[in-house]
Each structure stands twice: as C-alpha cells, then as structure tokens.
Design a protein around this ligand. Structure first.
Ligand SMILES: NC(=O)CC[C@H](N)C(=O)O
Length: 228
C-alpha cells in the first residue's frame, strides 16, 4: 500500500501521521506530499493531517480546500480511494464537501487540548475493523473549532446509516450527537477530530490510536492480491 500525507502550509501533524503509518503498519511507502502537488492518483490512501492550515484564517480548512492538490484528493475520493482527515484534515474535508456538516467554535470558546474517551460506534468500517464495537479509546483532542454541526436530516441519515464512527463519551466541545468522527455515504472517506496519530505509544500516554492505521492497512491488504 502506498500512502500520501498531504502537507499544507501550517500543517503540524504530518510527521506524526507518517510515523504512525511507517512504524506501526506494513505500509510500503509513505510520502509527504506538498499542497502544490498536481496529483495523488498513484497512492492507495490519502491522509490529511491536523494543524493550522493557512493559519485558520477565514475559517479552519476554508482556504486549504482550494489548495492545488485538493482537486486530485476530491477526484480520488470520488473514485473510492481511502481518504482520512484528522482534526484540521477533517475540517478541510468538510469544507471540500467530501463530508457533510461544518465545524463551529467549541462551546466554551477555548482551544481544548486534552485526552478524552472516544467510543467506537461502528467497527464495521475500513477505518475501525481492528477495534471492538463499543470500545472506548483514550485519544487526545487539540482544537478550537471542533463543535460539529449539521442539520437534523443529515444527523438522522448519519445515524441510520451507521456513519457516526466515533463519538465522545461525554460532551467536550458541543458537537451534535457528541460526534467525533463520520464517514461519507460510500464509506471510503473518514473525518475525525481526535488525534489517533498522537496515541501510538504507551510511553506517550496511549496506544489506542494504532487500530485506525492498522485497520486501513488491513483493508487494503485484504482487498488486493499481494505479489512478491
Ligand atoms: N489540531 C488541529 O488540527 C487543530 C485544528 C484547527 N486549527 C482548530 O483549532 O480547530
């Protein structure tokens, strides 16, 4: 599997994301791809990392969504490739229209940086198959704009189709339905606010994030014939 980690001006979790993929899965190639790249079509999975792309000016993710590489990210997502957006990456996917809804300021109007309990609501996805359904993970959050908002109909659709993949065990930022992560309708695009790439080693507080990266890798391995 070849993975691309997109680097926008202001990304700050790109190296952690590459480290998570490189050192905790059997992914063959992990490349850091600049926001100016024309195409990511040679990659099997595309990762949008957290950070403060374009300084969060205008609205988190609103400028990054127009970065040159995004045209290719959108078209690969529409072809069914695996796309993962974490934190600012999730915000960019929302702004790009690959996922429904939007992010508002956290209800306490503060940047929240702490480890929280995140529940796996659906373990039947390519992002969560290595977790148990209902499992509670300890994963850090670090965001100012993590208050997920969508209209009632969208919320009902997300719920009915099991597209709410992660939820906060208790309310941390005001998100509708305590939503922490959702997929698109086709199930190949995931956006989540918590940072699994910062939960890879017990020494650093938690290794509960590993399952996200191994699930993506195992999904790819199980759907591809590997010739050596
Ligand atoms: N860690 C992040 O990706 C932060 C996302 C965004 N800059 C926010 O504050 O909401």
């Amino acid at each position: 599997m070849k993975a691309a980690v997109i680097v926008f001006p202001g990304s700050n979790c790109d190296r952690d994301m590459a480290h998570a993929l490189q050192d905790f899965t059997d992914v063959k190639t992990v490349d850091l791809i600049p926001h100016t790249a024309e195409s990511v079509d040679r990659y099997d999975a595309i990762f949008l990392p957290g950070g403060f792309s374009y300084g969060d000016y205008l609205r988190s993710g609103a400028i990054a969504r127009f970065a040159p590489v995004m045209e290719s990210v959108v078209s690969e997502a529409k072809k069914g490739k695996t796309v993962v957006g974490i934190c600012n990456g999730f915000q960019i996917l929302l702004e790009a229209g690959l996922l429904p809804g939007a992010m508002k300021r956290n209800t306490n109007l503060k940047y929240i940086c702490r480890t929280v309990n995140v529940k796996v609501e659906n373990s039947g996805t390519r992002f969560t198959s290595d977790y148990e359904e209902g499992e509670v993970l300890r994963i850090p959050i670090a965001h100012g704009d993590g208050n997920y908002e969508c209209d009632e109909q969208t919320y009902e659709t997300l719920k009915m189709n099991h597209r709410i993949v992660f939820s906060y065990e208790s309310d941390v930022n005001g998100s509708t339905g305590r939503i922490a992560g959702i997929t698109n309708e086709a199930g190949n695009v995931l956006g989540m606010m918590p940072h699994p790439e910062r939960a890879m080693e017990t020494l650093l507080g938690s290794e509960d994030g590993r399952g996200l990266f191994t699930s993506v890798y195992h999904h790819w391995r199980d759907t591809h014939v590997v010739t050596t």
